[in-house]
Design a protein around this ligand. Structure first.
Ligand code: CP
Length: 312
């Protein structure tokens, strides 16, 4: 067992941890996967708050499963109507209060910057489980771990991001994280209305001299990709229903579209999916999105054990 130097730290966005710190997390998560009883009682007596102001299946349940498997306990809410936020309590006051009861806080909130704000009021580590269309760093750890497991390393590949690249926080976080690794080329596949935001292109990709292109058509580029990161067009981020209906089925990955794809292509999706990957693709050996969901629990176990300081 070794310390990861993450004890007491917040995780708000992917740049909060160094590549070396993330590497140590991946290794720890792999050790946990290999030996399910490893660290089993390490968080006994620790309490995790999961505060979800937006719906979630994977993130909330994998954090709770992770904490329970480490011997700790969880409390929280799955929707804000059952908390005093519904009575108008500020996020700062909610966080100050929950930090009095628990050892760490995992929070999802529809407002960009909410996790950063929470971290300024909490006396315990805050983990961002998604803040609006901004970042989702533990999904990024999950994505990177999945790529590392299958590709063997994080570097020297071409990744295609497909779908809602404008509002998709998983895309923003992963693109930012991958820009720190060597020899990554990016292809952004979306309708013009859902292009990746300018702050990602100029603020991150151009700054890091990342080679990238933006295209409309998945079929034309699928054969060039090593990793394909599919995403859902998110109804909840649109201001009007008409635009959502017009764009929601822009890209549906099926076996016909997969014909030019490489035999080694890694197909990822943060999930949930709606229509964007046909169920027939699930049985293809390149479909890695349910494995990815499983890695999400191992990496969150590694993260919780590290920030709660039980490895020190
Ligand atoms: N990937 C992800 O964040 O899934 P949930 O919305 O189900 O948590």
């Amino acid at each position: 067992m070794y310390a990861t130097r993450l004890s007491g730290r917040h995780l708000i966005e992917p740049g909060d941890f160094t590549l070396d710190e993330m590497d140590r997390l991946f290794t720890l998560a792999e050790e946990i996967e290999d030996d399910p009883v490893y660290l089993r009682e390490s968080c006994r007596g620790k309490l995790l708050a999961t505060l979800f102001f937006e719906p979630s299946t994977r993130t909330r349940l994998s954090f709770e499963a992770a904490m329970l498997r480490l011997g700790g306990n969880c409390l929280g809410f799955a929707e804000p109507s059952s908390s005093s936020a519904a009575k108008g309590e500020s996020l700062a006051d909610t966080i100050r209060t929950v930090a009095c009861y628990t050892d760490a806080i995992v929070m999802r909130n529809p407002k960009e910057g909410a996790a950063l704000l929470a971290s300024r009021y909490a006396q315990v580590p805050v983990i961002n489980a998604g803040d609006g269309g901004h970042h989702h760093p533990t999904q990024t750890l999950t994505d990177l771990m999945t790529i590392r497991q299958i590709w063997g390393a994080i570097g020297d590949f071409t990744v295609g991001f497909c779908g809602d690249l404008k509002f998709g926080r998983t895309v923003h976080s992963l693109a930012k994280a991958l820009s720190r690794y060597p020899h990554i080329r990016m292809v952004f596949i979306s309708p013009p209305e859902l292009r990746v935001p300018a702050y990602i292109k100029t603020g991150i990709l151009d700054k890091e001299a990342i080679e990238y292109q933006e295209v409309d058509c998945l079929e034309k580029v699928i054969g060039d990709l090593d990793v394909l990161y599919m995403t859902r067009v998110q109804r909840e981020r649109f201001f009007n229903e008409e635009d959502y209906i017009r764009l929601k089925d822009s890209y549906i990955l099926n076996m016909e579209k997969m014909k030019p794809a490489r035999k080694t292509l890694i197909i990822l999706h943060p999930l949930p999916r709606v229509n964007e990957i046909a169920p027939e693709v699930d049985i293809d050996s390149r479909a890695s999105y349910f494995k990815q969901a499983q890695y999400g629990m191992y990496i969150r176990m590694a993260l919780l054990a590290s920030i709660l300081g039980v490895l020190d």
